[in-house]
Write a protein that binds this ligand. Sequence first.
Ligand code: MN
Length: 359
Amino acid sequence: MSRGEALFAGDTHVGLVRSGNEDAYLVAPPLFAVADGLGGHQAGEVASSIAIDTLLEAAPRVAEAKALGRAVRQANSAVISAAEQGRGRSGMGTTLTAVMIDGTRLAVAHVGDSRAYLLHYGELQQLTDDHSLVADLVRQGRLTSEESRVHPNRSVITRALGSDPDMLADTFEAEAADGDRLLLATDGLTSMVPDDEIARMLAAAPTPDDAVASLIDATLDAGGNDNVTVVVADIGRPASRARRAAGSPRWGMRVLWLVAVVAVVAAAAWIANAYARSQAYLIDENGYVAVYEGVPGTFAGISLHWHSETTTLPVELLDPVIATRLREGLRVDGLDEAQRRLDQYRSSVATGTAPVPGQ
Ligand code: MN
């Protein structure tokens, strides 16, 4: 497929194991997207196609990442209300990875474990972070990326469209170069074919059509355990593929800038984690008092709490004010303080006197 000087292609395949295809994709230059539906019994198919349709309707006119992120949030609302109205079913969801291209500039909005890659001067760069359990473990250094590809829980995703009305998409812009090649893919490709093979095939294919075909063939050769969807778009003028320079100082500056941002984010995450580890809270869990290290709820989509202890102390025997606060999580300064509160509650239950609500 081509339009003017832009070259792009997309295709999807059910694979060799699944009975239905719950993936969907969009090739509507300058907008490209892939979605991987979840939910089974055709519900995933409904979720991914609603997401793609809504994205196309709501997409901004210009390649602006925040605006594209708002379109992804509209797609999220559309999936949620469809389930409420009985289209598909409750619990259905979908990933959505969307890119708008403006010349060599890319605007990206992304939720889930589908991926955007850029073949930049012949080198494959993963642009998006997976919102998945195994990606979290890799980021924590508890799993290598090779191990994550075959991990039994590799398909557990931590963020998707269709459940949280306040869901946020990752949004960012990136500067590519003339002759670069953009790849969007669902995990059906990336869980079956290693990155270095993906890079080799992307680089070797003369056209995006060829690239899409060889990536899908490689997935099926590897077993085709999942639905697979691939979108490829060439950036800039195709003629420049042959005469591109060996390096770009502009890109280099952007990489430095990105490294600085990543360092700041990593430092903030470390500080948040260290703070959370110094905190604790008691909470009503199925009618019993439970103790957690950390802080309740999530921060920027990340939960910073770790289960410490579930007691046999029924919340209903406690002072009603305390019981109410336990429903939200009663925060205290550390696990020792949590234990003191627990002892206090236990003795109050034993003596039949309600303890004084904590400050
Ligand atoms: Mn999949």
